[in-house]
Design a protein around this ligand. Structure first.
Ligand code: GLU
Length: 311
């Protein structure tokens, strides 16, 4: 018997969802429901500065308004909690210990400014290694006495290929294309890459549907999942929705966020617009998420980004 499908919503409650977030949530939900799988809601609230509990409340309410339900998560509970990343610190500590025991980690004292100046993608020295890698034990001890350290993982000289359900093949050699990457910042904040792997792994997620902007993170996640002893899920990266000037929609600019969308439209009209934009229907008409799921097929979804011409 085929393994039961487990999908997830993994939104960051750092603002009200915008139309782009809604579009990937809708696709993730339709795919899972069409396969009679289980949906998990996990709130990715690691960034305590930006994530507010009011946004978590809005998220939950907005998903409910859209008719997108979940089987496990906040409100419903389930066997894979906690469902808020801010409560998962001990699980991330344990994952770091696993990686440490494999000799894959080293401490890093780079400041944010140094990290941002570094290339490519955060490792400034040749061959993707951070200069902190070359410090001697004595130098490490001296630095540690002065200030806290972050933690980096050694990127292997190995290619990981995503067989994406919509975007096709995407490969990266982690050492050359990404370099060693941070799993924990020196201020103690957990990196998205680590948290998402620990949570997708321990929650038994088999299908990840999310925006195409995260495709380039996926080889790193395939590596971490493997090292943590988990099978990679099936990945499907969905098209981005662009503003008429070609910009990506953003929460910060409050582009077409749920407050505005709920004022302008009913849930059926909003779902109908998205379905048409994504290629799921041949014309625009009001439809519920449940009706859409009944007849859902990935082969109809367009892989290319879509430009919005107003709502
Ligand atoms: N929390 C991320 C976001 O809201 C999504 C992470 C993921 O789907 O892997 O952008």
């Amino acid at each position: 018997m085929a393994e039961a499908v487990r999908g997830r919503f993994a939104p960051s409650p750092s603002g009200r969802m915008h139309l782009g977030n809604v579009s990937s949530a809708l696709l993730a939900w339709c795919s899972v429901r069409a396969q009679r799988g289980a949906m998990v809601l996990r709130l990715e609230d690691l960034d305590g500065e930006r994530c507010k509990s009011a946004y978590s409340d809005f998220l939950i309410e907005d998903l409910q308004w859209l008719g997108l339900d979940w089987d496990e998560g906040p409100l419903t509970g389930g066997g894979c909690g906690p469902y808020r990343q801010s409560e998962c610190g001990p699980l991330y500590e344990e994952a770091l210990r696993t990686l440490e025991a494999k000799g894959l980690l080293y401490p890093c004292w780079c400041t944010r400014a140094q990290r941002l100046a570094a290339a490519p993608h955060g490792a400034e020295a040749a061959e993707g290694r951070c200069p902190c890698y070359a410090l001697t034990e004595a130098e490490r001890a001296a630095r540690l006495a002065q200030r806290p350290r972050g933690v980096r993982v050694l990127a292997p000289d190995e290619s990981f290929t995503v067989e994406d359900g919509l975007q096709g093949l995407f490969s990266q050699n982690l050492r050359h294309d990404c370099g060693d990457f941070l799993l924990r910042r020196s201020d103690g904040m957990w990196a998205y890459q680590l948290a998402v792997c620990v949570d997708d792994g321990r929650m038994g997620v088999t299908e990840v549907v999310r925006g195409r902007d995260l495709l380039s993170s996926t080889p790193r996640q395939m590596f971490l999942l493997r090292e943590l002893g988990y099978e990679p899920p099936r990945y499907i990266h969905t098209p981005l929705l662009l503003a008429p000037d070609g910009r990506r929609l953003s929460k910060r600019e409050r582009d077409l966020d749920m407050a505005a969308l709920r004022e302008a439209l009913t849930p059926e009209r909003l779902v109908g617009k998205l379905a048409f934009l994504l290629g799921l229907t041949g014309r625009e008409y009001p439809v519920t998420a449940r009706e859409l799921a009944a007849d859902f097929n990935w082969s109809r979804v367009t892989a290319a980004d879509a430009v919005l011409r107003g709502i």
